[in-house]
Design a binder for this molecule. Sequence first.
Ligand code: NAD
Length: 317
Amino acid sequence: MSEQILVIGANGQIGTELVLALRNKFGNASVIAADINPANETLAGSGPFELLNVLDKDRLHELFTAYQPTQVYLLAAILSAVGEQKPRLAWDLNMNSLLQVMDMAVAFKVQKVFWPSSIAVFGPHSPRQHTPQYCVMDPNTVYGISKLAGERWCEYYHTKYGLDVRSIRYPGLISWKAAPGGGTTDYAIHIFHEALKQGTYQSFLSAQTALPMMYMDDAIRATLQLMEAPAEQISIRSSYNLAGISFTPEQLAAAIQQHLPEFTLTCRPDSRQAIADSWPQSIDDSQAQQDWHWQPEYDLPGMTSAMLENLKNTVTL
Ligand code: NAD
């Protein structure tokens, strides 16, 4: 049977690239992009697009009926920094979208569901270096709380209803095709734009704040790899730790200076510093390596070159 893939939250930083990758793999017509906003410039015209507020159960039911998806990717969410401004809204969207989509997936016998979690599930009492898959988890942002609860619901739906739901705890994702959606790691994208435009950047995190990050190409590859893996190889039904590169603003600035020697970094931490301080600095992803043979391809110099190369023609000076 051919795949029918529904991507909800398709216009976002991840959705934009994931839809393109899925269309590349399965054909344009087999990947239905859906978002609360009209298709962005990159997606417009590349395949089917549907307007959808994921919290609107009738509309969701209409789309499941029309397309009978075999796979669903749920990417709609409110991210960490914005979530702290709108905690109840973040909880409502992040939780109810997941429950609604999983209920619909069970009812329509969807074969596979993907829902991303985040390193935000960890908290101040989690080990900060090589944070293991299983440890104390005491997230103190509403985003992290919603992701941890979501992970438990994923495992619950798998155990109780046999739903083949799969998930990754993404680190901060660095990309150039679509703008970031209001997370704590967004500085690592803004810095490239400002390096090319102004030759200088003021970071909202301190120079020594190490966080786990990943180049988007690696994140998309990991997502497709996890979704392709045989079900019996998936030993974790909450969400997999995934590691790429860990670095500080200072180290990122030094990598940029290899290409742009005049570039300067200043740091003025704001409220996002407290969020970063509660998160891991690096991640142990040995379970993903073992279960579905995960290996990142981009290191810090590789990611930096790729970002500058891709952005130099798109950033308006
Ligand atoms: P984003 O904010 O860039 O995109 C989210 C998309 O969802 C937007 O296009 C938005 O219009 C859409 N949306 C919002 N409310 C909606 C609704 N009610 N109905 C339908 N669509 C709606 O987010 P992203 O960075 O692409 O993240 C996607 C997922 O990955 C989220 O679950 C996020 O928590 C997770 N994640 C992202 C990162 C990262 O670094 N980007 C890291 C860890 C986890």
